[in-house]
Write a protein that binds this ligand. Structure first.
Ligand code: SF4
Length: 757
């Protein structure tokens, strides 16, 4: 399991020179984000200053982490690249495929049966290619990474949007699609548009009921779900020093919910304490020697307005607990009367049916201990639990230690369900209802990061609100969405009025972390003899066939498949929940393609017109019909299309079903890159209002696709049913290499050609 201290020392030994060279080239003091980026250039020392938000830059990440759902497709792709071993330290974490139902041991047993084929595949392919394997039940990827692999000043990528969590330990950690991870596993550079930089200056001190979660809930309110797009958020200032390392992880984790490339904090005492507590004193010692390079230059933090593209200031002493939601993580409401008013106005159910504590966002020892202090008060003060409570510890190390220290016992005394150390309800793996589609309207509160409709339980009528673990515990106990634990009284079993005291807890376990079996399997030194099995009859795994290039002539006469209306996240494009089981089988999972997107015509989901027959049907079936007829199809979308997760399935599925182009008002970064990797066209309307021109029976003629070059708009003739035409311009962000991916059919096809050559 051990982190690679030699690799980390090598990063640090280059750091001083690379940072100094970069400072000279850039010509001014550097932020932390710039230091890490410039220290990880693929070509070594910086030779020029990169233009933020414009230049594509090749990087050399130090690590890769994959979760079980995305790892399947990533590793199936890696197997195609013809390499004996991964080129960069990589780990696979089995956390997404475990359903929460009856409690940890029964649920884990059940997952080990139902997903045995997938876990066996991941274990064998990891063993073969030199990848560390974390078994089901070992923990949630980002908590395990924070505990074992993250290090200050490092750069990592992961096939999950919340890879950004590792910013809590001073990394630049970025969620990518499996195809990007495959590039790096195959020993190639990883390309990223040099991000813009948003500074968040934290002053004051966090205390009382306010938690690190409230910092990011506040940032989400300020920046909104797309405000961080294309930017790294760097937190600094005296307030940052009052936050624990795992608290910083929480803040960085939900940077994904504002669309940020990643978020990070400078190395400080809290990080050092965390490194030492998690048995990594040698990293702390090594980091201490290069401390000045693991945080932004003093001049930057003294005059941040001169160095960041955008600056926010938050006084932690004035911050109060927030509840964000429902259905979007950036809709903030203060707990208590504000929530009562908003809930009444909007008809949000006041009664709270479930409180859920866990997910990679808030499942640390500190989180559980603070929430348990509220649970203990409920027991001590005779307060009856009004909702149900579910807990997902972040890792086996956290679980074992929390059990040893009596924390889990406190929750159990309140009849809480302790679920597996896994994602569970956070990713729709929650057997809450037998028929979620027809389940009643209700409210839940959780300490997770995402709260899109249907995300947790598949019920479109569940109003999910995001809060800190301590507020989640208090609200769940009270059973009311508008409960304010700072001012409101509850009636206990003796009929007395009682109030909660402020939560208390431990940043780190006073008796140290402990674990018997963390759940890690190291790979064989020589995996060449290991056999990777994929049954040809499997429903869940399918070896890949390379995509064939999209021919220019096929883009004359292409048909509209769907014009997505409003929010279209990766959950709408490639739904999670029950579909997760098909993550490794492209043809089968393509049956969920865009079934959650609302068609602008008729405002229904999964109901689109087949222009060839005039009949209406589901999106996947209609796409397959176009494909069978040799007709390319087109998807049109609104703003921030593809926000949400990093899953490349959201690009591979439409590609597999014959979609040639996705034309939208704006993209979420990872999804746009994923479309490029799969050899498709990801385009944006030059005039946003052209979205309104698109009609249900439209045919698209890409009249200058043969001249597809960087920085040049493309022209599309849109032919309507009555024969009238609109000629529209679309923008793109493809560089030369990405245009080659498109021309060769996919990025993987280019890697293969290069390996062969
Ligand atoms: Fe798992 Fe939820 Fe975290 Fe994703 S956001 S890694 S599903 S816990």
């Amino acid at each position: 399991m051990a982190f690679d201290i030699d690799m980390i020392k090598a990063v640090y030994s280059n750091m001083a020179e690379r940072v100094n060279v970069a400072r000279g080239v850039v010509g001014k003091p550097l932020t932390l984000a710039e230091k890490i980026l410039y220290a990880h250039l693929w070509d070594g020392n910086a030779e020029k200053a990169f233009v933020r938000g414009k230049d594509y830059v090749d990087f050399a990440p130090d690590r890769i982490a994959c979760q079980d759902a995305t790892a399947q497709m990533a590793l199936l792709q890696f197997m195609q690249a013809g390499k004996p071993k991964v080129a960069v330290p990589t780990t696979v974490h089995c956390d997404h495929l475990i359903q929460a139902k009856n409690g940890a041991s029964a649920d884990l047993k059940s997952a080990n049966t139902t997903s045995a084929e997938v876990f066996d595949f991941l274990e064998s392919v990891s063993n073969k290619y030199g990848i560390g394997f974390w078994k089901p039940g070992a923990g949630i990827i980002h908590q395990v990474v924070l505990e074992n692999y993250a290090f200050p000043g490092g750069m990592m990528i992961g096939t999950d949007s919340h890879t950004v969590n590792a910013g809590g330990l001073g990394m630049v950690a970025i969620g990518v699609g499996g195809a990007d991870a495959v590039d790096v596993m195959a020993g190639m550079a990883w390309e990223l548009k040099f991000p813009k930089l948003i500074g968040v200056k934290l002053t004051g001190t966090i205390s009382g009921w306010t938690a690190p979660k409230d910092v990011i809930l506040k940032v989400a309110e300020i920046l909104t779900a797309k405000g961080g797009t294309g930017a790294i958020v760097e937190y600094f200032g005296p307030g940052a020093l009052s936050l624990s390392c795992t608290g910083k992880g929480t803040i960085c984790n939900m940077g994904a919910e504002i669309g940020a490339t990643t978020s990070t904090f400078g190395y400080d005492d809290a990080m050092e304490r965390y490194l030492r507590a998690t048995d990594r004193a040698d990293i702390a010692d090594a980091a201490n020697k290069v401390k000045e390079h693991l945080t932004g230059d003093a001049e930057v933090y003294a005059n941040p307005e001169d160095y960041f593209d955008e600056l926010i200031e938050i006084n932690l002493s004035e911050l109060t607990p927030l509840l964000n939601g429902p259905f979007t993580p950036d809709l903030s409401t203060k707990v208590g009367v504000d929530m009562n008013k908003k809930a009444t106005e909007n008809d949000w159910p006041i009664a709270v049916e479930w409180g859920l504590i866990g997910s990679c966002t808030n499942s640390s020892y500190e989180d559980l201990s603070r929430a348990s202090s509220i649970a203990q008060q409920a027991i001590d003060k005779g307060i009856k639990m009004k909702s149900e409570l579910g807990i997902n510890p972040g890792s086996e190390q956290v679980r074992y230690t929390a059990e040893r220290d009596g924390i889990l016992g406190i929750f159990e005394n309140l009849d809480a369900k302790i679920f597996t150390n896994a994602c569970g309800p956070c990713i729709g793996q929650w057997a809450r209802y037998s028929d979620p589609k027809n389940a009643p309207k209700n409210s839940i509160v959780h300490s997770f990061n995402r709260n899109f409709a249907k995300r947790a339980d598949g019920n479109p009528n569940t109003h999910a609100f995001v809060a800190s673990p301590e507020i989640t515990a208090a609200i769940a106990i009270s059973g009311r969405l508008d409960f304010n634990p700072m001012t409101d009284k509850l009636i206990n079993k003796n009929g007395e009025e009682v109030m909660f005291d402020e939560p208390t807890g431990w940043e780190l376990p006073p008796k140290g972390f402990e674990v018997k079996d963390a759940g890690f399997l190291a790979p064989d030194e020589d995996g060449s003899g290991v056999e990777v099995k994929v049954s040809p009859d499997s429903e869940r795994l399918q070896l890949l066939e390379p995509f064939t290039p999209i021919k220019d002539e096929s883009l004359i006469g292409s048909k509209l498949l769907i014009k997505a209306f409003g929010k279209c996240t990766t959950d709408h494009i490639s739904m999670a929940g029950p579909w997760l089981r098909f993550r490794g089988h492209l043809d089968n999972i393509s049956n969920n393609c865009l079934i959650g997107a609302v068609n602008a015509f008729g405002k229904k989901t999964n109901f689109v017109k087949n222009q060839l027959t005039g009949e209406f049907g589901g999106v996947p079936d209609t796409a397959r019909a176009y494909k069978a007829a040799g007709v390319r199809s087109i998807v049109v979308g609104d703003h921030n299309y593809g926000e949400g997760s990093s899953r490349e399935h959201a690009a591979m599925e439409p590609r597999h079903l014959g979609v040639a182009a996705v034309i939208v008002k704006s993209f979420a970064r990872i999804h746009e890159t994923n479309l490029k990797k799969q050899g498709m066209l990801g385009l944006t309307f030059a005039n946003e209002s052209d979205y309104d021109l698109i009609q249900e029976d439209d045919t698209f003629n890409f009249i200058d696709i043969s001249e597809f070059t960087p920085d040049k708009q493309l022209t599309i003739e849109v032919v309507h049913a009555d024969g009238s035409k609109d000629v529209i311009l679309v923008n793109h962000t493809y560089n030369d290499a990405q245009i080659e991916w498109y021309r060769e059919g996919s990025a993987l096809n280019v890697i293969k050609m290069e390996n062969a050559g």
